[in-house]
Write a protein that binds this ligand. Structure first.
Ligand code: LLP
Length: 463
């Protein structure tokens, strides 16, 4: 993923941005001469969480999620809107519940995600939009029975399949066609979706014809237009250009006699993986202007499907350094998390900031010893260039390459930042590794929201 488009790090751990992940000073020793800084999630030191729950461990800040949702919602306060959090970013039930309690809706892309949302709150159905290029009959039927708000349909064949499912149930499916606006977005090619060559949506040029066909079916109710151009997009210009094209389509469709009530502009707003991003409220307000300006005067209900922007910076992956190793002068930190726990670096070349959980001069006996020795030899000890890698048998199993990090020792804890979105949801059991546990922190309270898998569970469905 291009570095330009990636965000964050150090400010997450600066005390300027409470109450997510902050460094907290801890004085040590009787004379209190040495000071360590310990990374906390809200009021809980990550060292405590490692002791109690082990590593690797996903840790989320509930307050960060609530605040980011509120900022997003507030940015659109001047227009009728519903935020439909994109469940694929992080689908843990506790996180869905937390968002549902804030009045959030949901964007689902499978029967599985639909079931998760309904398990959390059946009444959330009326705020669910269903996207995806390959919905099955079973999935459509489940969504119709639940009474979801809107199907974002991505092909003509899907229209007829949906009509058939609706007819069987004597129901009417509210639909939007997902149009492909042919707008380029500066992001990783795997997560760019709005170009003609991509599998997503229907070409905007044929949308009117398809809407005419859809409205001739009594089991389909044309209700809106949807679009999604990709993910991790930090420049708002492509969003504005896309929505301008959608606005033209809305006008044309209304002239054709359709009742277009909803415009769903999808998700895709990026975060800053490199450094502290701009103030989130300002950033999202700028995005809101880009999205709402082209729709002015159209009297629509806006649907938004953010995922990463809400939960991305709210999570870290806590890992322990297992071994230090040096091959031909190249240094490796081998940690106990691996690409199966967090695949973004391997899959997209994504950058995630990595910070030692305990920072300062005195982290451990070992470090004191190393520092004494280094000082006696006149060696610099503070920083070194390392690859941070996992135990999996692939060279793609890395979290950082040639990264400058403060020197860490075996047994030290590292936090991989900004993994709240597309972290745990993409985890696998490759190498028969149980997936990490997840905890949700709110102030001083800690809740285990997924217990660690056991190896036995991994093979219990096999013969
Ligand atoms: N709506 C639709 C139709 C989508 O396909 C997506 C993401 C979203 C909303 C939410 O996008 P967000 O606001 O989170 O950018 N695994 C990749 C990201 C894949 C995104 C897929 N679709 C990653 O780790 O970067």
């Amino acid at each position: 993923m291009s570095r330009r488009n990636e965000l964050t790090g150090s400010a997450h751990i600066s005390s300027e941005r409470p109450p997510g992940f902050v460094l907290h000073e801890r004085r040590k020793g009787l004379l209190r001469r040495s000071v360590d800084s310990v990374l906390q999630c809200e009021s809980v030191p990550l060292t405590k969480l490692a002791e109690r729950y082990g590593t690797p461990l996903y840790i989320y800040s509930a307050t960060t999620i609530r605040e980011r949702f509120a900022a997003f919602d507030n940015a659109f306060r001047n227009v009728p809107h519903t935020i439909c959090y994109s469940v694929k970013a992080n689908s843990n039930l506790s996180i869905l519940r937390l968002l549902a309690r804030q009045g959030c809706g949901f964007d689902v892309v499978s029967g599985g995600e639909l079931e998760r949302v309904l398990a959390v709150d059946r009444r959330a159905a009326r705020k669910i939009v269903f996207s995806g290029v390959g919905k099955s009959r079973e999935e459509m039927t489940a969504a119709l029975k639940a009474g979801i708000l809107l199907f974002n349909v991505e092909s003509e064949s899907e229209l007829w399949t949906l009509a058939e499912c609706a007819a069987r149930l004597h129901k009417i499916a509210r639909i939007a066609l997902r149009v492909n606006p042919d707008v380029a977005a500066d992001t990783h090619p795997y997560i760019s979706t709005g170009l003609r060559k991509h599998k997503f949506g229907v070409p905007i040029s044929i949308a009117r014809t398809l809407y005419a066909k859809a409205s001739a079916t009594r089991y389909l109710k044309v209700a809106g237009v949807s679009v999604h151009i990709g993910s991790q997009i930090t420049d708002v210009a492509p969003f504005a250009e896309t929505v301008a094209r959608v606005a033209d389509l809305v006008r044309a469709l209304r002239a054709d006699g359709h009742q277009v009530v909803f415009v769903d502009t999808g998700g895709g707003l990026g975060i800053d993986y490199q450094k502290a991003g701009p103030n989130f409220a300002d950033y999202v307000a700028n995005y809101a202007r880009a999205v709402t300006n082209p729709l002015r005067g159209l009297n629509l209900h806006l649907l938004l499907e953010p995922g990463r922007a809400i939960v991305g910076p709210a999570g870290v992956l806590l890992t322990s350094v297992l071994y230090r190793k040096q091959n031909d002068g190249k240094k490796f930190l081998i940690v106990d998390a691996a690409m199966n726990d967090l695949i973004r670096p391997a899959l997209y070349g994504a950058h995630h900031e990595i910070v030692p959980v305990v920072q300062g001069d005195v982290q451990s006996e070992v470090r004191r010893e190393v520092q004494r020795e280094a000082r006696s030899k006149n060696l610099p000890v503070k920083k070194e260039i390392v690859d941070v890698v996992g135990p999996i048998c692939e060279s793609g199993d890395f979290f950082a390459r040639d990264r400058e990090l403060p020197r860490t020792e075996e047994g030290d804890l590292l936090a991989i930042l900004d993994v709240g979105a597309y972290g745990m949801v993409l985890a696998s059991n490759y190498n028969t590794r149980p997936r990490p546990a997840e905890v949700l922190v709110s102030g001083k309270s800690v809740k285990v929201i997924r217990r660690r898998e056991t190896v036995r569970e991994l093979y219990s469905s096999e013969l």
